[in-house]
Unconditional design. Structure first.
Length: 668
């Protein structure tokens, strides 16, 4: 049977992203201690990216199975290898590369074939997810897979301006991206908070506008190579003309206002903006772009272009005179002039210009690619990605994929890059190249970034790779839990960060257990509500509090939500019993723990804990027969929900919406 989803109960829910076509068989391959790999294809494969990737695969397979005798190197001369990888050509890391593969696992061995080495890499990631265990030891599930991505652009934006991310963090992020088959690192290298690239011809940028935190050119070459070895492109972004505090700290003469510029420390949209009427602006950007082009071989270059409110343009008489002379009616037309000038700089460098969807507000040549992110400014058929595609621009969609907002994985998973049905013709729809998850760094550090990125980014990766029909949210969450363990095997720290907080905060085992329970039922405030007006935190604030250890999709709250929804749907007594069992455990927690008295956020956490105990007691009673006729119970539940819906320590108690749903069901 060929399947494009994992909804059938008979199918193992282990693969993420879900392949295009899967045929499960009852012929697994038993992994021997002398497991061997042979690569067939052009000469020199063992010393190239596929050879290195395969070595990493073997090491990870050894970690999964516990075998110590697995070889560390693949060969190109073993006709009897247990795994045979066959490819036709070694490809460049570029948009449009063939990433398809075919994988067959049967009792006699494993065959992986692909047109390119990058396709084979994608197949190796699938193969690792097929490893299982039984009483006889480790094996690989029997299967026949035909797979290829739905979209060719599957990216992750990494903001390293607001909080700098060291090389080792970028590398482990690339490892995670490869594991979920993402293929573009969009490197946001400058903003109002810092410039992060060493440039020989414009040294003032990294010397004056980085606070000493930047990537040397050797480090950039290292990261670009590291990404290429995993089939991942690296596209730089130099955000102009707005978000320019860092650039203007180095070159104030390029600003639109005669003032003193400095790096920003708060979150927000700031006024410093490059002067588009000053030829020196283009001279400097020419120098910058030329040197950046030598560091980043990718064919695309992102110029930002977002969130320019034009306040300094409005205050500058010379700029206003320039606009009048040119007949520009507003700042959008002036920024379009600026964008076209940048395109003229980038084209001779062999770069295709890309920018945020604000650059669409003008007469921009269709050769510019649009990154659509604003999802609240129009009706669905007129959202930026639809408008851009209709105009003939190629489009990458980030609307719905802002990971930093700490929305549940479900919200990202159900956001499809394609506009609503009927918004585009078939030809226009081809302009939608894919999407990018965005990890903006106002509220993250190198220590916490993994817990914000993973595992939810894997849900975005599946949306961009798998067929559109793969959309079962419950299945996604089950497989996301499996992916959690695969990502941990890579050395990512998304699971360990919260545990570090627990050990640092609470000493006694009972206190630690309670704190872990709280982390399992609380989530950071969503969107930008945690950092009201962008001024509650600076770039130097500590990000090691309870809210930083909390994650989206708090595991215990999510499980409770799923149990309640199952009971509401079918009234199954077993589901009600599961709810009551969980609630009894929570309701027995002690709320007068000693460590609450010695940490700054102790009082707030104690309030959450009291809410957990109270709401769990009420939830258990609400599932009892006759609850709908118990007016006193219903009144108590309403009052408790009103009390405990208030955020504490910048976090929400996620039992509140679920108990509210339960109460609404009982009352109806």
């Amino acid at each position: 049977m060929v399947a494009t989803s994992l909804q059938a109960q008979s199918q193992p829910e282990v693969l993420m992203p879900v392949p295009k076509s899967i045929e499960w068989t009852n012929d697994p391959f038993r992994i021997p201690a002398d497991f061997s790999v042979n690569i067939e294809g052009p000469d020199g494969l063992l010393n190239g990216s596929l050879g290195q990737y395969t070595q990493g695969f073997i090491q990870r397979l050894g970690s999964l199975t516990g075998y110590l005798k697995l070889p560390t190197l693949p060969t190109q001369q073993n006709a009897y290898a247990h795994l045979t990888i066959s490819i036709e050509l070694v490809s460049s890391v570029e948009l449009g590369v063939d990433e398809s593969y075919q994988l067959t696992v049967e009792g006699q061995g494993v065959q992986l074939s692909a047109a390119t080495d990058i396709g084979a890499m994608r197949g190796l990631e699938t193969l690792l997810q097929l490893v299982a265990y039984d009483a006889e030891g480790p094996y690989i599930r029997g299967v026949r897979i035909q797979d290829e991505p739905r979209f060719g652009w599957r990216g992750l934006l990494l903001d390293v301006s607001r909080h700098f991310m060291p090389v080792h963090v970028v590398k482990r992020t690339l490892d995670g991206m490869a594991a979920v088959k993402m293929n573009v690192l969009h490197w946001h290298l400058c903003d109002d908070h810092g410039w992060r690239v060493e440039l020989k011809n414009s040294p003032e940028l990294h010397e004056k506008a980085s606070n000493g935190e930047y990537y040397t050119q050797d480090q950039i070459h290292e990261i670009v190579a590291y990404a290429a070895e995993r089939g991942i492109r690296v596209m730089p972004e130099v955000d102009v003309p707005g978000h320019a505090s860092a650039i203007l700290t180095a070159y104030p003469e390029l600003g639109s206002k005669d003032t003193t510029y400095a790096l920003q420390i708060y979150a927000g949209i700031f006024d410093p903006t490059l002067d588009p009427t000053n030829e020196a602006t283009y001279d400097r950007l020419q120098i910058v772009f030329e040197e950046m082009a030598t560091l980043f071989p990718d064919g695309y270059f992102h110029i930002g272009g977002d969130e320019n409110e034009g306040k300094h343009w409005e205050e500058n008489e010379e700029i206003q005179a320039f606009m009048k002379e040119k007949g520009y009616a507003d700042q959008h037309e002036l920024q379009n002039y600026f964008n076209v000038r940048l395109q003229e700089i980038l084209a001779p460098l062999g770069k295709k210009m890309m920018g945020w969807d604000e650059i669409l507000d003008g007469d921009l040549p269709t050769s510019a690619m649009i990154q659509a992110w604003r999802g609240w400014i129009a009706e669905p058929e007129n959202l930026p990605h639809a408008r851009a595609a209709r105009k003939g621009h190629q489009v990458v969609v980030s609307m719905g994929y802002y990971i930093d907002l700490l929305l549940p994985a479900e919200s990202h998973y159900l956001a499809d890059p394609m506009p609503v049905e009927g918004a585009l013709t078939e030809e226009q729809a081809e302009n939608i190249l894919g999407g990018e998850a965005c990890m903006w760094a106002e509220l993250i550090t190198p220590a916490s970034i993994d817990s914000r990125l993973w595992p939810r980014t894997a849900a975005v990766a599946e949306r961009l790779w798998s067929p559109v029909a793969v959309n079962d949210v419950a299945s996604m969450y089950r497989r996301l839990e499996v992916m959690n363990r695969h990502l941990e095997l890579l050395g990512l720290q998304h699971l360990s960060f919260a545990d570090q907080y627990v050990r640092r905060t609470a000493v006694h085992a009972e206190d630690q257990a309670t704190l872990r329970t709280l982390l399992g039922v609380c989530e950071p405030m969503k969107g930008y509500t945690r950092n009201t007006n962008g001024t509650l935190y600076t770039v130097n604030s500590p990000y090691n509090l309870f809210v930083d250890a909390c994650t989206a999709d708090a595991s215990q709250a999510l499980a409770f939500k799923q149990e309640v929804e199952a009971w509401i749907e079918n009234g199954d007594p077993a589901a009600a019993e599961a709810i009551r069992s969980r609630c009894i455990t929570w309701s027995n927690l002690k709320t007068d723990l000693e460590f609450f008295q010695r940490i700054p956020e102790g009082k707030a956490l104690q309030t959450h804990l009291k809410g957990l105990v109270t709401l769990s007691q009420l939830a258990a009673q609400l599932t009892e027969p006759g609850a709908a006729e118990n007016a006193d119970l219903l009144e108590k539940a309403e009052a408790a929900l009103e009390v405990y819906k208030t955020p504490q320590a910048r976090t929400d108690l996620m039992l509140v919406p679920t108990v509210q749903k339960l109460l609404d069901h009982i009352k109806s």
